[in-house]
Design a protein around this ligand. Structure first.
Ligand code: USQ
Length: 382
């Protein structure tokens, strides 16, 4: 396959580039370094220094003997994106080129406007570039489990059959998010669904839960290939944050009651899910939606796991419940259907003590770089 990866510098983007490249596919990556620049601006840089993309593809070639092509540019610039589509004619485009943080989208009006503008415009541009150059190209779009929110019913895989006054139809599962970032993902799905219906595009929308981990088979080949690993309030996901906090001797920041439950997955499983989706594409005129997670935990359960493993490794891990800066349900029902990716062949890597120990070991190597000010700045949803 010829694979175009948008957002190739990101936490998911760079490991995805290597994953496809390692398996013999031609990979073209694009990034505008949004996250690098934003984390410098907001004083929340990644834990592990990562060479820029142009340097990383050289390291990758030295390590694997395989080439990845990189273009630095902005997917909101349609002329730029179209020129890439015309030059490479990809079979599949993997769209990660979005502002990925819920807290970032809630900082102020300008960050909200950027999130809206960036996320919707990148998606629109991908849709138009595919239509103009090759409507056969499969779009794989990273959505989020947060599109559904936490309804008081089971969360189905994208769609819900509804019977109303004796008649039946199938609709997108009701969506109700808690942040502007998550709202843009709903809007992306709606936009993709419009163009699947009207232009017959083929789309896979992956409703992913929070990801943890900093290791893939490819990144383990050389420490300079490690993905950006954020532990700060803005770009860090909860388990990654807790492990860095434990290593730094900072109490784990459980927000509110800590009964908030989400569906999690290992970074290695994100790679598998995206790869399986590319190998077995959506049909024409199909918006295929998968719920991308492997197991559910509450925040309290994660904190407890980190505490047990951390204490065993000799850290003194404390858990501290702090006032929740977000507006979210702290007690709620949560039961998600996620059979679609399993049926495609996903082999989950579950959150074992061993997986956490490995994360502790890597984080410990970089503990001198931990910026404690980044753990909690208190970005308010209210
Ligand atoms: N949480 C804490 N303490 C912390 C950080 C988070 O209690 O220090 C809680 C949050 O309040 C929330 C849960 O942990 O209830 C998950 O928070 P998160 O920061 O790990 O995840 P979130 O902000 O929802 O966003 C992340 C990714 C986003 C992705 C989303 C999937 O940044 O790109 O879309 O996970 S989901 O959560 O299913 O919407």
């Amino acid at each position: 396959m010829k694979v175009l990866i948008l957002g190739a510098d990101g936490y998911l983007g760079w490991p995805t580039c290597m994953y496809f490249s390692q398996r013999g596919h031609e990979v073209i990556g694009i990034d505008n370094y949004f996250r690098r620049n934003a984390s410098t601006e907001l004083d929340c840089e990644a834990l592990i220094p990562a060479p820029n993309l142009l340097q990383r593809v050289i390291i990758w070639e030295e390590t694997s003997g395989k080439k990845i092509k990189i273009h630095i540019g902005d997917v909101t610039d349609y002329a730029f994106l179209l020129s890439i589509f015309r030059e490479y004619k990809p079979d599949v485009v993997i769209h990660y080129a979005e502002q990925p943080s819920a807290p970032y989208s809630m900082i102020n009006r300008d960050k909200a406007a950027f999130t809206l503008q960036n996320n919707l415009m990148t998606t629109l541009n991908v849709i138009y570039a595919v239509k103009e150059t090759n409507p056969e190209c499969h779009i794989i779009k990273l959505g989020t489990m947060g599109e559904y929110g936490t309804p008081n019913i089971d969360i189905e895989e994208g769609w819900l059959e509804i019977e109303h006054k004796g008649r039946k139809d199938k609709f997108l599962f009701p969506r109700q998010t808690g942040s502007l970032y998550h709202t843009t993902k709903i809007q992306d799905t709606d936009m993709l669904w419009l163009y699947v219906r009207t232009w017959g595009l083929r789309v896979t929308d992956l409703m992913q839960g929070p990801v943890y981990g900093l290791s893939t088979d490819e990144s383990d080949l050389d420490s300079r290939l490690i993905p950006h690993f954020h532990y700060d309030e803005i770009f860090g996901t909860v388990l990654n944050r807790f492990i860095v906090q434990a290593v730094a001797g900072h109490p784990l920041t459980v927000y509110g009651k800590g009964n908030q439950t989400r569906g999690f997955l290992n970074l290695k499983d994100t790679m598998q899910c995206v790869y399986l989706s590319a190998e077995q594409p959506a049909e024409h005129k199909q918006l295929r939606i998968f719920n991308q997670l492997t197991e559910s935990f509450s925040v309290n359960q994660l904190a407890e796991k980190v505490k047990i493993v951390g204490n065993r490794l000799g850290y003194n891990v404390e858990v501290n419940s702090i006032e929740n800066p977000r507006v979210e349900k702290e007690d709620h029902y949560y039961n998600v259907n996620f059979t679609g990716l399993m049926e495609l062949g996903l082999q989950p890597h579950f959150l074992t003590d061993n997986v956490m120990e490995e994360m502790f070991k890597v984080v410990d190597r970089y503990k001198d770089r931990i910026n404690r000010d980044a753990f909690f700045k208190g970005i308010q949803w209210k």
